[in-house]
Design a binder for this molecule. Structure first.
Ligand SMILES: NC(=O)C1=CN([C@@H]2O[C@H](COP(=O)(O)OP(=O)(O)OC[C@H]3O[C@@H](n4cnc5c(N)ncnc54)[C@H](OP(=O)(O)O)[C@@H]3O)[C@@H](O)[C@H]2O)C=CC1
Ligand SMILES: CC(C)CCC[C@@H](C)[C@H]1CC=C2C3=C(CC[C@@]21C)[C@@]1(C)CC[C@H](O)C(C)(C)[C@@H]1CC3
Length: 615
């Protein structure tokens, strides 16, 4: 049996493939068949190396008077670029978790290090570390001499992501490096000037949602559609074959008191958001390396809201008012959302370029919809983050409760129907889960890529509370008796969906947080040119979006308690399938750009997107 020279866990120097440069790595495992070692660089990058490409730490010459200035952060002072991750600068979490002896090893190794790891910013937009270059082996490219800065930094017009690349250079090239750095800076500054929203040609960017006409239609069509749906649902026979009821005039729907109640609700949620309880975490790095801080207190806000609602019920507050003025509330929320969107657009005109969303295009209509500013904040108050989880999502649960009480009142029931209980508890679980796992929101497309504009404002503040509660609204005027065997089947379906949804989301979040989490050691991964890995087994080896699959199964379980008399309560499942299929396509587009051939490899290994053997 062939012997191995290095043991698992040993800290050694590994050659950066394609170069003669060595970096400190940790041996993770050894494959006796291929004779390859799997090693991990300090940034978490894992590679397979031959034994010849690995040297013990002791075989490196000790630098006299070893300065520790090899750290990119020290060399570059406080400039934001130094914050980018590189094999030479491990992420904070990795630094924290290392043992004391390992730390000593790292310090020792730093003194000896003969090379520099320089993160180079290639693109001026976005806040995720990504690049597209069409090949999975980032290691091969990094030592290519960059004679032509312009060529090296050529930017694909449609990409909106910041790209970070590790450049490996011997120490003696420091002076040259500085010259290149200053060229890079000039180039990036020039690029920034060119790639502003004012001058970016719209046609050069792939606009999503059908471009300007598409978003125009969505912005006017969706509110009208919302009111039509609610009006149809209130009809005795809500068949689609029936002529839709006429939309009431705006003045008939507007009630200042309702709007006041809505504002009060919003302000209570603002107050809860501002409470200094809950842990503070950092979001993903922004274009300039900054990481915004977010307080995770959504779950506390939910508990406090429940206490307020419980007390109000006890005090005899008439919650039926919300049901009897449901359309007026929907209009109040829509007006609020339009005002908010105008405010968001106006303030974005003054926002620094670095704060713009990678999705913004330069077209006023499109940007009003998609959101021009990525993370609009008033002080530490993050408007998008707040709206995504609080007033709408918690509001949805409160509206469901209102529907449950309305059902009891209108149908003269002593207890709510089983169908209503199922719908309420399933959706309550969904919302509590979102608030409990609040941190996961920070890596969603909405936070990382989309700006805060009409789309998310309307989605968060109007669509979620007034459409996602549609099944409960339907049951108030269209009772459906569910048998216990049927209820049991629906519960099993809901739980299956939840297990897939939560399992997939938790697996990915844990992997992104710590790729070498021992709990995930059994999972297979492929590495990508960005240094990040993609899971190709476990949930993410089943289909490419297992979390969407779970979410859709849950959506079906929410509609089934409404029975099969009408298609209307299945509207959510139909809409949600369309939303997630479209979202999957958007994500696919971004991932292809980010991961290039590695993504294609992943698609080959995991051919189905959402539904196994179907799509
Ligand atoms: N109820 C609702 O109305 C809605 C619910 N949702 C739910 O929100 C959740 C978040 O959705 P969303 O933000 O769209 O996207 P995902 O949580 O699915 O995240 C997609 C990202 O995950 C990473 N990724 C993709 N494949 C892999 C892989 N194989 N291994 C590791 N990482 C991978 C990529 O980012 P990177 O590599 O950069 O980490 C990709 O961009 C989902 O559960 C969804 O169902 C979403 C929309 C609406
Ligand atoms: C109507 C518009 C054209 C589209 C609106 C889409 C929005 C309704 C959704 C976009 C992404 C969302 C997410 C959730 C709710 C719906 C919206 C706002 C989410 C908060 C639901 C709970 C989940 O657990 C989640 C992962 C936190 C979701 C994040 C995305």
């Amino acid at each position: 049996m062939p012997s191995r020279k290095f043991a698992d866990g040993e800290v050694v120097r590994g050659r950066w493939p394609g170069s003669s440069l060595y970096y400190e790595v940790e041996i993770l495992s050894h494959d006796s068949t291929s004779q390859l070692y799997t090693v991990k660089y300090k940034d978490g990058t894992e590679l397979e190396l031959k034994e010849n490409d690995i040297k013990p730490l002791t075989s490196f010459r000790q630098r006299k008077g070893g300065s520790t200035s090899s750290s990119p952060s020290r060399r570059r002072g406080s400039r934001s670029r130094s914050r980018s991750r590189s094999p030479g600068r491990p992420p904070k979490s990795a630094r924290r978790s290392a043992s004391a002896s390992h730390q000593a090893n790292i310090k020792e190794a730093r003194r000896e290090v003969e090379v520099k790891l320089t993160p180079l910013i290639l693109k001026p937009f976005g806040n995720s570390i990504s690049r597209y270059n069409g090949e999975p082996e980032h290691t091969e490219r990094n030592d290519i001499p960059h004679k032509n800065t312009q060529e090296k930094f050529s930017l694909s017009q449609e990409s909106s992501y910041i790209s970070t690349q590790y450049s490996l250079r011997p120490r003696r090239e420091e002076v040259k490096l500085k010259e290149i750095d200053s060229k890079e800076e000039k180039f990036i500054a020039k690029e920034l000037a060119v790639r502003t929203f004012e001058v970016t040609p719209i046609q050069a960017k792939d606009l999503e949602f059908g471009g300007v006409p598409g978003v125009f239609l969505i912005m006017f069509g969706l509110p009208v559609f919302l009111f039509l749906l609610l009006l149809m649902c209130k009809q005795k026979d809500p068949s689609l074959l029936n002529f839709p009821p006429p939309l009431p005039a705006l003045y008939e729907l507007w009630e200042t008191r309702v709007f006041g109640v809505y504002l009060l609700w919003f302000l209570i949620q603002v107050l809860f958001y501002l409470l200094p309880i809950g842990k503070v975490v950092e979001g993903t790095p922004l274009i300039d390396g900054r990481r915004l801080k977010y307080r995770l207190n959504g779950f506390y806000a939910f508990i406090l809201t429940s206490a307020v609602i419980g007390t109000s019920l006890f005090q005899g507050v008439e919650f039926h008012y919300v049901y009897s003025h449901f359309l007026q509330f929907a209009l109040g929320a829509t007006v609020f959302c339009v005002v908010l969107s105008v405010y968001l657009y106006m303030r974005s005109l003054k926002a620094p370029r670095n704060d713009l969303s990678p999705a913004s295009s330069g077209n006023a209509v499109y940007d009003f919809f998609i959101g021009r500013e990525l993370n609009p904040r008033i002080g530490t108050f993050d408007l998008k983050y707040f709206c995504e989880l609080r007033p709408g999502l918690i509001g949805w649960v409160v509206i469901n409760l209102v529907m449950l009480l309305a059902e009891m009142k209108i149908q003269d029931r002593a207890i709510p129907s089983l169908a209503m209980i199922l719908v309420n508890s399933f959706q309550l679980l969904y919302v509590v889960d979102a608030l409990w796992n609040e941190e996961a929101l920070l890596t969603t497309m909405d936070i990382i890529h989309d700006g805060f504009g009409f789309m998310l404002a309307f989605g968060d503040l109007v669509w979620v509370p007034f459409i996602y509660s549609f099944q409960a609204f339907y049951l108030v005027s269209h009772p459906n008796e569910v048998s216990w065997p049927m209820a049991s089947l629906i519960i099993v379906l809901k739980l299956c969906g939840y297990v897939i949804f939560r399992g997939a989301n938790s697996q990915k979040n844990a992997f992104r947080k710590n790729p070498s989490d021992p709990k995930l050691a059994h999972l297979k991964t492929i590495h990508t040119s960005t240094g990040k890995h993609l899971l190709v087994s476990g949930w993410w080896g089943f289909v490419r979006h297992p979390n969407y699959l779970g979410d859709l199964i849950m959506a079906l379980a929410w509609s089934l308690p409404c029975g099969f008399n009408h298609i209307l309560p299945y509207f959510y499942v139909i809409y949600f399938t369309m939303l997630l299929v479209h979202r999957e396509a958007r994500d696919e587009y971004h991932c292809k750009k980010k991961y290039g051939v590695a993504w294609e490899k992943y698609c080959q290994r995991v051919p189905y997107r959402i539904f196994p053997y179907i799509y």
